[in-house]
Design a protein around this ligand. Structure first.
Ligand code: NDP
Length: 486
């Protein structure tokens, strides 16, 4: 039987890096079955055993970080230093998940309440079994590891389907695990195209952790619905940065350049829209344009990893210009076949496609607003709700605006700050998805809560019997009024 293969390409020049098998239904099923056996062994290791394995895994990744960074760089086109940064972040998360799973998930007592005072009540968390992870290509290590680390620490085995653009990163990870624990396939990879991901959704895994576009999340959800397989969805965003009149404009401009153009704008929690208060609008814009003008595609950031995204970026710039926007840096000519030079657009109408849809390229929209209140309103008008940022020297104002932004995360006086804090959850609302990875919430996302009561003595009022006494009901009815009807 011939095995269907697909190529992984270097987006800088389309050179073939390696070929990988397209896993079909049978191969995916086989991996899930092996994972199920491994999951039993993994669960038996307990929190302490898993912590030791995961910290060893962490050390193995960190010791070989340069080789992993090279694979990431080759498959995505991003500079090796950026890839190394991704490895650092992923390792931090793995470390935190390993060290905090027991504290977060071990069985703990809860107050049983007056009516159930004869019960000892506790809540614990069980692993689901096998979790299927479907990952994107923009941060092909950090993003899926945000699910993998936490699901593993919670006691699950993993079958990981990486993006077809970055299969090598997934294979590297699974091989690293295998070199450590060859008989226990707790972390496996299945390579392939979208159909392989769909097969994973249908394979009987106990949960799917999906990171990718909103459009694909809808397809994944429909497939998961066939088998009532639960899922967590980490999707796209249209994150806004808000700049107040009292902001440190140099810092805001620096962060805007990093958040908007880093990784060629291919960052789910990157900056796509900037709302600047009128008194400092011109000054901020000048600082931003000067900094962005110094960036060199191919050095400061890589090419568009997904070739077809270039057309989306071009389309958004064209739509904005047609809708009356002004290009103050670059424009349609900035869009090459592979590389896109920084583009800054101003005066983009709120109903323009460039303003409503995720652009996922090195394009920043900078619009003027009369005050922060309007900036908050416009930021919240998006169907996405992944993250947002606000720049102000007033701590009280920063906190107030942060509370008003309807997103999964907010940074005050920086961008992307939460991504590096392992204790914080990551996820969005609306079209940005649902559920959380990272932090204690991420550990619980990959666990089934299990409630328990142990009867300590007979209830003074025995209501859970078919031979209920009139006296007990009379007291219970009086108690109901006394406790809750006042
Ligand atoms: P896609 O939605 O195109 O793909 C995501 C994954 O889903 C890939 O592995 C893909 O496989 C797979 N897939 C495609 N079709 C199906 C299907 N029918 N059933 C199951 N799986 C399928 O996303 P991208 O890879 O283009 O990633 C970019 C997107 O990810 C952006 O929107 C970005 O904002 C978002 N993202 C969100 C993050 C977050 O934390 N919220 C973090 C990082 C990215 P294949 O590649 O083989 O087609």
């Amino acid at each position: 039987m011939t095995v269907e293969m697909f190529d992984s390409l270097d987006p800088r020049d389309d050179a073939v890096l390696a070929s990988y098998p397209v896993a079909g239904e049978q191969e995916v099923q086989g991996a899930v079955e092996r994972g199920r056996t491994a999951a039993r062994w993994w669960a038996e290791q307990g929190f302490d055993g898993r912590k030791r394995w995961l910290l060893e895994f962490k050390r193995a990744i960190a010791a070989d970080a340069q080789s992993l960074a090279r694979v990431i760089s080759r498959e995505t086109g991003k500079p090796v230093d950026d890839a190394l940064l991704e490895v650092m972040l992923a390792v931090e998360h793995l470390d935190w998940a390993a060290k905090n799973a027991e504290k977060t998930l071990r069985r703990r007592k809860v107050a049983a309440g007056l009516v159930s005072s004869n019960q000892a009540a506790s809540v614990g968390y069980r692993p689901f079994g096998v979790v299927g992870v479907i990952g994107p290509w923009n941060y092909p290590l950090y993003t899926p590891m945000g699910s993998i680390s936490y699901a593993l620490a919670a006691g699950n085995a993993i079958v990981f389907k990486p993006s077809e653009l970055t299969p090598g990163v997934g294979v590297w990870l699974a091989e690293k695990w295998e070199s450590m624990a060859p008989m226990q396939p707790v972390l496996q990879v299945v390579t392939g195209l979208g159909a392989t991901g769909a097969a994973l959704c249908r394979s009987g895994v106990d949960k799917i952790a999906f990171t990718g576009s909103t459009a694909t999340a809808k397809k994944v959800m429909a497939t998961c619905a066939e088998t009532l397989t639960p899922m967590v969805a980490e999707c796209g965003g249209k994150d806004a940065m808000l700049v107040a009149e009292d902001a440190d404009l140099d810092a805001a401009a620096d962060f805007a350049v990093f958040g908007g153009f880093g990784n060629a704008g291919q960052t789910c929690v990157g900056v796509e829209r900037i709302y600047v208060c009128a008194p400092v609008y011109e000054e901020f814009l000048a600082k931003l344009v000067t900094r962005a003008g110094k960036l060199t595609p191919g050095e400061s950031y890589g090419p568009m990893t997904l070739g077809s995204q270039t057309a989306v970026v071009r389309g958004h710039i064209a739509a904005a210009l047609k809708d009356g926007a002004t290009a103050v840096l670059g424009g349609l000519d900035s869009v090459d076949e592979r590389y896109i030079s920084p583009v800054i657009l101003t005066g983009v109408p709120e109903d323009s496609a460039a303003m409503r849809e995720e652009t996922f390229g090195p394009v920043l929209i900078v619009n003027q607003v009369p005050d922060l209140a309007e900036a908050v309103e416009l930021a919240n008008a998006s169907k996405y709700g992944l993250a947002g940022s606000v720049f102000t020297k007033s701590k009280a104002r920063g906190r107030a605006v942060a509370a008003q932004l309807e997103t999964g995360g907010v940074t005050v006086n920086s961008v992307l700050g939460f991504a590096g804090v392992a204790a914080l959850p990551l996820g969005g609302v609306g079209d940005s998805g649902f559920g959380r990875i990272h932090g204690a919430d991420g550990l619980r996302e990959f666990s089934a809560a299990s409630a328990r009561t142990v009867q300590k003595f007979h209830a003074p009022l025995n209501l859970l019997t078919m031979a209920r006494k009139r006296r007990d009901m009379t007291i219970a009815a009086a108690l109901l009024k006394f406790r809750h009807a006042r």
